[in-house]
Write a protein that binds this ligand. Sequence first.
Ligand code: FES
Ligand code: FES
Length: 170
Amino acid sequence: MSEEQQLQVNGSARSVSGCPGRSLLGVLRDELNLTGAKYGCGEAQCGACVVLLDGRPVPSCITSVGSVGAAAVLTIEGLERDGTLRPVQEAFLEADALQCGYCTPGMILAVVALLEQNADPSEGEVIQALQKHVCRCGVYRRILKAVRLAAAKQAGAPEAIRARTAGDDR
Ligand code: FES
Ligand code: FES
C-alpha cells in the first residue's frame, strides 16, 4: 500500500510516498538524499543509523517511516546552523574523534541528545549513552575526549578542558 506522508526533517516539511512500513533510514537516504545516517547492522545494534526524533536518539534502520508521525526528525545534515558547526561537531574535529567516519553521524547525534539532558555527564554516563554505538576503527578514547570537550565548549570553558585532556587520546 502506497501513501503520501508529510515528515518534518531538519526543520523543513518533506513529502514522501510509499509503504509506511519501510524504514526511516531508507527514506532518508534513498528518497530525501540525506546520506549522513548509515546502514550498519540493520538490527538496532550498531548506532550507525541513529537520528533524533523530537530530540531522542532512535535507530532509523528499525523505525518505520509510518511511525514517525509529526515528530521532528534531525539528521546530521540538519545540525549546523547558517554554516556554523555545533559545539559537538567542532569537538569531534578538534579531538580527531573519527577515522573512517562511518559511525560519526550517529555518535554525534547521540552526544547532542545526551548533552541536552545532562550538560556535564560523567565518563560512565557517556559510555552508557553510547553503549549501542560501535566504532569499528576503535577511536573510543578520542570520542570520550570529544564529549568532554563538547561539554566544556557548551559550558564556555574549552581551554580548561583542552589543557586537562592534552595527550589523553588513546
Ligand atoms: S544500522 Fe541501525 S543500529 Fe545498526
Ligand atoms: S571512525 Fe570508523 S567506525 Fe568509527
